[in-house]
Design a protein around this ligand. Structure first.
Ligand SMILES: Nc1nc2c(ncn2[C@@H]2O[C@H](COP(=O)(O)OP(=O)(O)OP(=O)(O)O)[C@@H](O)[C@H]2O)c(=O)[nH]1
Ligand SMILES: [Mg+2]
Length: 327
């Protein structure tokens, strides 16, 4: 399928710059072209009905998801969605009966231990979606504490735990539909859910996670509820992804601004997303700041500073869409 890639915008932008020396242009173009191949692999798991599909649809540009959709050959239960730069594995959690649970646990363990062609762990991030409307999250803690955490290896930072359906946590009460946010009673209830989730994982495994709550939202006939705290979820996902790989999100995230509007306002999540994506592109374009010969020779002097500024503007222009979405 032919469609616009942010790398194409960047390349066009670099070509039109008059203030960049030819050598620098060549080098930037070569580095930027490589960004097209950046892959971030995300495993999404959680109980049936927790909202895995809704979360995927809200976060990403789902018309593309259908294109690459297929069943993972090794694991019949894990559905694979391929976007341009993000690859998603959608796996059932536990709670489907003893036999199915064993199979799911095996599949998840294998996926988390899988290595890519370079010998690195394939899965960059595992997002566990908890159903915030459920009073008994025991099965999800079993999944996290007994299946996922033991399969992560030494680096536990791949794990992200998020409580979905925040709007339904008190059976739909205390949700302010006009403002699309919880009222103070529900917010306090959700905070307690976050704290107890953190506690239950730490007590069982010694691992510290920073859970968040959000709502993926829904469309139900004429009824539409936009997501809540989805930008916060994306911030958390970006923080858990290696900086040089974050650029993958710039290409594939949902470009509908309504998805990113409503959140708890405890931080400027959209500004962080924008800065994080721009930074990631700059790091990629300049090869992690180490730079190649041409650019490297210029950095340090006044010419280097000018090139540095130019790169900033090139990237800013090249991912204008991201900046217009997130400010
Ligand atoms: N009110 C509300 N409903 C939600 C939210 N997220 C998902 N839902 C609803 O919850 C139901 C299940 O959502 P899915 O996204 O299909 O859940 P899933 O985890 O993919 O489920 P399986 O694929 O069956 O394992 C659907 O009816 C969604 O519309 C939310 O944030 N708020
Ligand atoms: Mg689903």
């Amino acid at each position: 399928m032919q469609h616009q890639h942010i790398v194409d915008d960047l390349i066009r932008e670099i070509h039109t710059r008059k203030d960049l020396p030819e050598g620098a242009k060549t080098e930037l173009l070569r580095n930027v072209a490589r960004l097209r191949d950046t892959r971030v692999n995300i495993l999404v798991t959680g109980a049936t009905g927790s909202g895995k599909s809704s979360t995927i649809n809200a976060l990403f540009n789902t018309q593309k998801a259908r294109v690459g959709q297929g069943v993972d050959p090794e694991t019949m239960d894990i559905v694979r969605y391929e976007f341009d730069n993000i690859v998603l594995f959608d796996s059932p959690g536990l709670g489907d009966g003893k036999e199915a649970d064993l199979r799911h646990a095996k599949n998840i363990t294998a996926k988390l231990r899988e290595k890519d062609a370079d010998g690195n762990l394939l899965v960059d991030l595992v997002l566990v979606v908890l159903d915030g409307s459920s009073r008994d999250l025991g099965t999800s803690f079993e999944l996290i504490n007994q299946v996922i955490i033991p399969s992560l290896g030494d680096d536990k930072s791949r794990l992200l735990v998020a409580i979905n359906q925040a709007d339904m946590a008190m059976k739909g009460r205390h949700w302010n539909h006009g403002e699309n946010q919880p009222d103070p009673t529900l917010a306090a209830f959700l905070e307690e859910k976050v704290a107890s989730t953190k506690r239950r994982i730490r007590e069982a495994t010694g691992v510290d996670v920073e859970p968040i709550y959000y709502a993926a939202g829904y469309k139900d006939g004429g009824q539409v509820q936009n997501p809540y705290n989805l930008a916060k979820l994306l911030v958390w996902m970006l923080r858990h992804t290696k900086q040089e790989k974050r650029v993958a999100f710039a290409q594939d995230i949902n470009k509908d601004s309504r998805m990113w509007q409503d959140d708890d306002r405890r931080a400027d999540y959209r500004a962080e997303i924008s800065a994080s994506l721009v930074e990631s592109v700059i790091v990629g374009a300049t090869l992690g700041g180490t730079l190649g010969t041409t650019l490297g020779g210029m950095i340090g002097g006044p010419a280097g500073a000018a090139v540095g500024r130019a790169i900033g503007t090139v990237v800013g222009g090249g991912i204008a869409l991201v900046r217009s979405l997130f400010g």
